[in-house]
Design a protein. Structure first.
Length: 101
């Protein structure tokens, strides 16, 4: 029998009477460049080739580690509810009430 543990609270998930939720995260870097900044007369493929040739294998691997992440996490029903309320894990913002003076 396969045993599952919630990756958030570390409790065992009994799949016979609880629903197990799977959260898959795929993070990739995004380089958005406005079209106005790209020069038409520059051969971008040649520049890219020269850049890649100048990089060592360890530099390429380090950049890949920093720019992407793939993860799969099991959640129990309670942690799933908490995750849906705050998926980015932001601190709760205190609502400040000001009088209309």
């Amino acid at each position: 029998m396969i045993h599952y543990t919630c990756d958030r609270c570390k409790r065992q998930i009994n799949t016979a009477d609880q629903t197990r939720y799977i959260v898959q995260i795929d993070i990739q870097s995004a380089a958005d460049h406005p079209a106005a900044e790209i020069e038409d007369d520059v051969d971008q493929l040649t520049e890219l080739h020269q850049l890649l040739e100048s990089m060592t294998d360890t530099e390429i691997e380090d950049d890949d580690v920093e720019s992407s992440h793939h993860g799969r996490y099991d959640l129990c029903p309670e942690c799933h509810r908490q995750f849906l309320k705050n998926p980015l894990g932001r601190d709760a913002v205190l609502a400040l009430g000001f009088s209309n003076n």
